[in-house]
Design a binder for this molecule. Structure first.
Ligand code: FES
Length: 103
C-alpha cells in the first residue's frame, strides 16, 4: 500500500459550495490545516471538499470519518478546540455536533 495512504487515520470533508463559502468555509478549513501541522498530524488527515450538503445556512460543516461526525456552524475560533479535543484527544466537541452517521 502507498505509505501516504497507510498513514491516514481520518478523512474530513467540508462543504465548499456557495452558502458555506459565504460563511468562511475556506478560512475554517485553512485553520484546520494549520492546526494539523501544528499538532504534527497533517499526514494522518485527508481533506476533501464536497458540493452542497443540502443544509445551507448551518455551515460551515466539517464531516469527520471514520467516526461519521458532522460538525456545523464551525468558526475559525472553534478549530483549535476541535483539533485538540477530537483529533488529538479523541473526544468530539459535542456542542458543535449536528449528527453522527449510524454504523
Ligand atoms: S452550501 Fe454548504 S450545505 Fe449548501
Amino acid at each position: 500500500m502507498n505509505p501516504r495512504l497507510k498513514a491516514l487515520k481520518k478523512h474530513i470533508f467540508y462543504c465548499g459550495s456557495e452558502h458555506c463559502n459565504g460563511q468562511d468555509a475556506e478560512a475554517v478549513i485553512d485553520a484546520f490545516k494549520e492546526q494539523f501541522v501544528e499538532h504534527g498530524i497533517h499526514k494522518e488527515v485527508k481533506v476533501n471538499k464536497t458540493s452542497c450538503l443540502g443544509m445551507c445556512g448551518n455551515g460551515p460543516f466539517i464531516l469527520v470519518y471514520p467516526e461519521g461526525i458532522w460538525y456545523y456552524n464551525v468558526t475559525v475560533d472553534d478549530v483549535p478546540r476541535i483539533v485538540e479535543e477530537h483529533f488529538v484527544g479523541k473526544e468530539p466537541v459535542e456542542e458543535l455536533v449536528l449528527m453522527r452517521m449510524e454504523g
